[in-house]
Design a protein around this ligand. Structure first.
Ligand code: PHB
Length: 404
């Protein structure tokens, strides 16, 4: 079952639990809820994602991926039926605390899965910490979530901003580029991804020609593209995603820069956007924890099932949503659906290891995935793997005090 948060909620969890409790009296009531009762009530999952705006397609693919996983498991994980409510966060940090509070306070969800935008995720992390709500982040890479703000109830099935961009520094240096300029949106994800790339690149011996940026989610790239043409760096490193990434890649090609200044980036530049970019994306090299042609049984099965369900080609966002389902299942299975056994849920989720469509995934002490990062190139309209840029890359979890 699923409903949007704006539509009337039928029976909520409390109503159902209270109904059952009416049958109990005296001492029995103090032991409530017993696992048996708790398990007969669906686990309520709040999907807080962008269903509109520049990241709308990314949110939709995460949602589709997660629902696919639950469907493949017959609608239940660890014996517990799954019910979804969803809220459109519009990638607006200013509404994020209210949206999260509505899910936690009014909807009384058991777990929140969200979101895409790092700034929105920061607000969600704070509410999750304050209310001890389980949060699974299926995209946003904000380093703090599994760094200084790490907590036992905060997991990520995606990546940290550091993790996917740091390996590109050495890749670009080894490709012979010495003088590189960067471009991004000026917000947490952009800044952290550029910083991670620069850390790797300058350590290898490279120099940064300039850092260019514009406010999120603006797409007026002309002045910055003119600046790149004047600067003439050996290559560019970029982070944009969703609708903004489509426009940037098209504008870059329209200015003819793709012929003279090779474009590199975080894989989000061409993941989920490649079809709309068409021939303008050809040859772009990126690093990401996924590639379309990964020759793994789990990837082939996933892509086939995703296509059958949605009619679309799967991408990293769909994979991250799918794996949010897998992580939730690890927790629920360990406690036979009794979500109230929180310590055992956390232990099982932290110890989870699965064969994701992206390759092997495990979790570090800060609940961030340990995973391969691939160098990919856009060829034949796909993000094809060239090599593994980093095997089992682990985010350093800077600032995270080891959790018990
Ligand atoms: C982020 O804000 O963390 C973010 C957004 C879109 C992406 C990747 C990261 O594709």
């Amino acid at each position: 079952m699923s409903h949007s948060i704006s539509s009337p909620t039928s029976l909520n969890r409390r109503t159902l639990l209270m109904g059952s409790m009416g049958l109990l009296t005296g001492a029995a009531a103090f032991r409530f809820p017993t696992p048996a009762i708790a398990q007969s009530v669906p686990l309520k999952v709040g999907l807080m994602l962008p269903y509109s705006g520049t990241f709308a397609k990314l949110g939709k693919f995460i949602d589709d991926g997660m629902r696919l996983y639950v469907e493949q498991n017959g609608g239940s994980l660890g014996g517990r039926r799954i019910e979804f409510v969803q809220v459109d966060d519009e990638s607006k940090p200013e509404s994020a605390t209210d949206n999260m509070n509505r899910l936690v306070g009014r909807e009384k969800v058991d777990v929140v899965v969200g979101t895409v935008h790092s700034g929105v995720a920061m607000a969600m992390v704070k509410v999750a910490r304050d209310t001890n709500t389980m949060l699974i982040i299926p995209n946003a890479g904000v380093n703090e979530a599994t760094g200084p703000l790490c907590a036992p109830n905060i997991f990520r099935t995606s990546f940290s901003n550091w993790q996917v961009c740091h390996p590109m520094g050495k890749v670009m240096f080894d490709a012979g580029h010495r003088n590189v300029a960067t471009i991004t949106w000026r917000y947490a994800a952009g800044t952290q991804m550029i910083d991670a790339f620069k850390e790797g690149f300058t350590k290898a011996g490279g120099k940064i020609a300039d850092d260019l940026a514009l406010p999120f989610p603006e797409v007026e790239f002309q002045a910055l593209i003119a600046r790149i043409a004047t600067l003439k760096p050996d290559a560019m490193f970029a982070f944009f995603a969703g609708g903004g990434a489509v426009k940037f890649v098209k504008d870059y090609a329209a200015a003819g820069l793709n012929k003279s200044i090779p474009l590199y980036g975080a894989g989000f530049l061409t993941d989920g956007t490649i079809q709309a970019q068409g021939a303008d994306a050809a040859g772009i090299k990126t690093t990401l924890h996924y590639a379309d042609d990964l020759d793994l049984p789990a990837n082939k099965r996933f892509l086939e099932a995703f296509k059958a369900k949605t009619g679309n080609d799967g991408d990293i966002y769909a994979v991250q949503g799918y794996d949010a389902g897998a992580l939730l299942k690890s927790g629920l299975e360990a406690v036979k659906g009794d979500w109230s056994a929180r310590a055992a849920v956390v232990e099982a989720m932290r110890g989870a290891k699965f064969d994701s469509p992206r390759g092997p995934v495990s979790f570090n002490k800060a609940n961030n995935p340990v995973q391969n990062v691939y160098l990919r190139e856009v060829r034949n309209g796909r993000n094809e793997m060239i090599s593994i840029a980093g095997t089992a890359v682990d985010d350093p979890a800077r600032g995270c005090r080891v959790q018990a």
